[in-house]
Design a binder for this molecule. Structure first.
Ligand SMILES: Cc1cc2nc3c(=O)[nH]c(=O)nc-3n(C[C@H](O)[C@H](O)[C@H](O)COP(=O)(O)OP(=O)(O)OC[C@H]3O[C@@H](n4cnc5c(N)ncnc54)[C@H](O)[C@@H]3O)c2cc1C
Length: 386
């Protein structure tokens, strides 16, 4: 498959190097670690040591000095080998981007080199039981105690909290404003601090990252844990949200490629009548259609990453890419499963276990309805409905 994306020499070099590492681990490694509830420390360390986890971060902070476009190549290629790493979106992409854009020099020095090398991990917490899609209404509260803050509240569906040293947490910090919203602040809260409790949430995802409810019970936060300006958290968090969406799209695109690669190989080999099943248009056309969807989503993702890297407004492009990629990868995976007949559901063929990871990306990090809300309002000028 050649596809619509023409890699630059630099992108081709990254893709080939990541592919070499990913091929040594493979989807079986990813799935078995997911089933066993074990982490992927060896792979993570190897990606960090090779410079891939921080390829988009500045050289001055231990990164590769490239952009999100290059990180997209890394994530897509891993996922195209059946290794869609959610944690690589959370730590290096969301937290790394926010700390880089707004963190103090001290926070940048403390965190970015470790995020880039893979030696330190940070998770991200905005979602709350009573304030999911509506981030304006987070009720986790940071109360200043003169020097620092005391943090209380709960966050849920926090990926990888057991693997991380700290959490980038979005908290209410002050009285209600005239527009009915609350000022928000961002903190890098240590997860080992007294008063932090982690409770696993059981999900059906076959993925090494686990999900947690995090409870903060009067957790002391030192002044230097504040990111950027107090009360400006909502604006600041946006520095991480476009990268999050673009990277989530890269995971979906990679999974779409993985599924279609498996399906086309199988359809060429499996013959139940006189020809390989791929000769039947009932098998070939849905795969071709799924391929077109994945390639269009890849184009949208490359465009969004490029807009982000060149300082353009990437919000619409990032939302479109994320939406298109999530739908395209699900369609590709479903068709790959169908192409495999009964084998599509077997463990051996490594497709069905990806279903919930691919499905997740329709809901998180931003749901398809919230993307449609954004596009309706900002691209089409329709009224805000909620
Ligand atoms: C496996 C997993 C990992 C996650 N990891 C993280 C993480 O690391 N950190 C983190 O902070 N969060 C994380 N999340 C949370 C995720 O971002 C949210 O689940 C997602 O944003 C949706 O929020 P919600 O679940 O509260 O749904 P709700 O906000 O309750 O929405 C429920 C449904 O209603 C729809 N809806 C809500 N409001 C509107 C509206 N105005 N118009 C139209 N439809 C609407 C939604 O689209 C959705 O379909 C994770 C979730 C999962 C499942």
């Amino acid at each position: 498959m050649t596809g619509l994306i023409v890699d630059s020499d630099e992108h081709r070099a990254i893709r080939e190097s990541v592919a070499k590492i990913a091929a040594r681990y493979g989807h079986r490694y990813f799935a078995s670690r997911g089933r066993e509830g074990r982490q992927i420390d060896e792979l993570w360390s190897e990606l960090g040591a090779a410079g891939f986890l921080g390829v988009h971060l500045p050289v001055a902070y231990g990164g590769g000095g490239a952009g999100l476009s290059e990180y997209v190549v890394v994530l897509e290629e891993l996922a195209a080998h059946g290794i869609p790493l959610l944690l690589a979106v959370v730590g290096p992409a969301i937290c790394g981007s926010i700390v880089l854009a707004y963190g103090s020099e001290e926070l940048k020095q403390a965190w970015l080199p470790g995020l880039a090398s893979g030696e330190r991990r940070m998770c991200f917490a905005i979602t709350e039981p009573d304030a999911g899609s509506n981030s304006h209404m987070v009720s986790t509260t940071a109360r200043t105690d003169g020097e620092g803050w005391r943090l209380s509240g709960a966050k849920y569906y926090i990926s990888g909290a057991d693997e991380a040293e700290a959490v980038l947490v979005v908290a209410r910090d002050g009285e209600r404003l005239d527009d009915g919203r609350y000022p928000l602040s961002l903190f890098v809260a240590p997860l080992a601090a007294p008063g932090v409790r982690l409770e696993p949430i059981e999900t059906e995802l076959v993925s090494p990252e686990r999900q947690f409810t995090l409870t903060f019970d009067d957790v002391r936060l030192e002044p230097e844990t504040l990111i950027g300006e107090r009360g400006k958290g909502l604006r600041q968090v946006f520095a991480g949200l476009n990268p999050e969406r673009i990277c989530a799209a890269a995971l979906s695109n990679g999974m779409g490629r993985y599924a279609l690669d498996r399906a086309s190989r199988y359809a060429n080999e499996r013959a139940v009548w006189s020809t390989p099943i791929g000769a039947h248009q009932g098998v070939a056309h849905p795969l071709a259609e799924a391929y077109i969807g994945v390639e269009l989503a890849r184009l949208a993702t490359v465009r969004a990453a490029d807009l982000h890297d060149t300082g353009g407004n990437a919000a619409e492009a990032a939302n479109i890419a994320k939406f298109a990629a999530a739908d395209a990868s699900l369609k590709a995976l479903d068709q790959a499963i169908q192409t495999h007949g009964g084998n599509g559901l077997s463990r051996e063929y490594g497709l069905a276990d990806l279903w919930f990871v691919a499905r997740l990306l329709r809901t998180a990090p931003v749901s398809r309805e919230m993307v449609l809300n954004f596009v309706a309002e900002h691209a089409l000028g329709l009224p805000h409905s909620y």
